[in-house]
Write a protein that binds this ligand. Structure first.
Ligand code: GDP
Length: 480
């Protein structure tokens, strides 16, 4: 049934302007009253990782339901460790705090292993466990939330006592509030001569985080991330909050959870950090993440130790997926690899079909408008890189290139190898493919030749930017 932009926004619990913006980025101009066809609706849902279409509903909602224990029998639920994210202004001590916690508590009651940075780690506190997401900064947190993933149970906001509340502190408060998760304020650098904890408390209270002694319910803990003072208190506070919130999961079912990080490793292929949020993940389990699938061939913890199973709230690094998934996407384990493959393939086919139709419509539209107005010429670009961060960096830089009358339009930028789906999209939208530290396979190369797609491979970003800029200058229509 036809649906307007406004109606869809309401259904998805989003702002209409977000849909308008998304479609604009894809080259289609709509208003709040525009009627969207089914394909466009599906595309929007895909983009945000939410379910719209019937077949997708079955899969995706099933994934989310399982994470959230919906319709779970109380008797099956057991306590699980809290998952904590540390946020705060730059230089206020997030990294130092994460390192200190890790160093001092990682060995409690456990043996060996060498610290591996997999994007998250677990420590022991008084016989319990706490999981920390090891990606300070708000981007990771917001990016995951933007994809609909709710992975954090508790947010610690670090405020340096010698500096007070700063712009990114406010941002952190906003993010935590938007996510609706409990906040603990760590008043850091308490060892410094200029430290003023009262100022931090009063400034944070102005942002709505009142301490208990002032009638609020926010817990403040004074710490020195550098020297370790107060860190045990902070960890105990986390346990107290966790007990109140009663975080639970059912370990006796197939695992569901979220992708924390993913990259392409030259030797090992796609390497993915998963946070198991519900159920138990076993080696050998089949997995689906977005359009990616595979089998857990090898699973290691944050100390590089091989595991056979991972319980709820546990971060693990796995290999065995057929491509690099997107951070923030939900995964689900299946006992049958065939089923996993079918779901992933069905999703992939749908995605390709959608991208194809929407992008060809887009380029036709663009073409028409360009001819009519003789104004903007878009250079459509697909960016693939070994890590998501580089893909985003290249995208941002490319979009900043300024050449009169010509604009770069990045239609896809993701981590992972250049695949056939990229070639199809490029072909349908007349795009150039840029690869950073990735190479297309012989098969993909052949396909690109058949479709007349230009694949440019680079290792250095500025070289690619230079090349793009001169191409854009060359493209300028002659002025008479
Ligand atoms: P981030 O940007 O929030 O991750 O901050 P960092 O952890 O990188 O810390 C910024 C600087 O503050 C570094 O030079 C740290 O050594 C220093 N620092 C962090 N915590 C403390 C602390 O508790 N006391 C003191 N004196 N310095 C600290």
């Amino acid at each position: 049934a036809p649906i307007t932009v406004g109606e869809l926004a309401e259904k998805l619990n989003r702002n209409a302007s977000e849909i308008i913006k998304l479609l604009f980025m894809m080259g289609t101009m709509v208003t709040i009253n525009s009627v969207l066809d089914d394909e466009t609706v599906e595309l929007i849902c895909m983009e945000w990782n939410v379910e719209c279409h019937k077949e997708i509903i079955i899969d995706e909602s099933d994934f989310e339901e399982q994470i959230n224990n919906e319709e779970e029998d109380e008797a099956n639920l057991v306590e699980r460790p809290p998952v904590v994210t540390i946020m705060g202004h730059v230089d206020h001590g997030k990294t130092t705090l994460l390192d200190t916690i890790r160093k001092t508590h990682v060995t409690e009651g456990e043996f060996g292993g060498i610290t591996q940075h997999i994007g998250a780690y677990q420590v022991g506190v008084n016989g319990k466990k706490v999981t920390f997401l090891d990606t300070p900064g708000h981007e990771a947190f917001t990016a995951m939330r933007a994809r609909g993933a709710q992975v954090t149970d508790i947010v610690i906001i670090v405020v340096a006592a010698d500096d007070g509340v700063m712009p990114q502190t406010k941002e952190a408060v906003d993010h935590a509030k938007a996510a609706g998760v409990p906040v603990i304020v760590a008043v850091n650098k308490i060892d410094k001569p200029g430290a003023n904890r009262d100022r931090v408390v009063s400034e944070m209270s102005e942002l709505g985080l009142m301490p208990e002694e002032w009638g609020g319910d926010t817990i403040y803990v004074d710490v020195s991330a550098k020297f370790g003072d107060g860190v045990p208190d902070l960890l105990e506070t986390i346990l107290i909050v966790a007990e109140v919130e009663n975080f639970r999961a059912n370990p006796n079912k197939m695992a569901t959870g979220t992708v924390i990080e993913a990259k392409l490793d030259k030797g090992r292929g796609p390497v993915t950090t998963l946070l198991v949020q519900n159920g138990t993940l076993h080696t050998g389990d089949a997995l689906v993440v977005g359009t990616v699938f595979g089998r857990v061939r090898k699973m290691t913890d944050d100390r590089g130790r091989e595991l056979k199973e991972a319980l709820p709230s546990m971060p693990v690094e796995i290999i065995g997926l057929n491509d690099v998934p997107v951070a923030g996407d939900i995964f689900k384990a299946f006992d049958s690899e065939k089923k996993a493959r079918n779901i992933a393939e069905e999703r992939l086919n749908k995605k390709i079909a959608q991208e194809r139709s929407s992008s060809s419509a887009m380029s036709l539209d663009d073409l028409a408008r360009q001819i009519e107005e003789g104004e903007v010429q878009d250079v459509n670009v697909i960016i693939k890189a070994d890590v998501q961060g580089s893909a985003e960096a290249v995208k941002a830089s490319m979009e900043k290139i300024e050449v009169d009358g010509v604009r770069v339009n990045v239609i896809r930028s993701t981590a992972g190898a250049i695949t056939e789906s990229d070639i199809m999209l490029a072909s349908a939208s007349n795009a150039v493919i840029y690869g950073f530290n990735v190479r297309p396979s012989a098969m993909v190369r052949k396909k690109a030749e058949e479709e007349g797609i230009d694949i440019r491979l680079h290792n250095i970003i500025y070289k690619a930017l230079e090349e793009m800029e001169s191409a854009m200058k060359g493209m300028l229509a002659p002025v008479f």
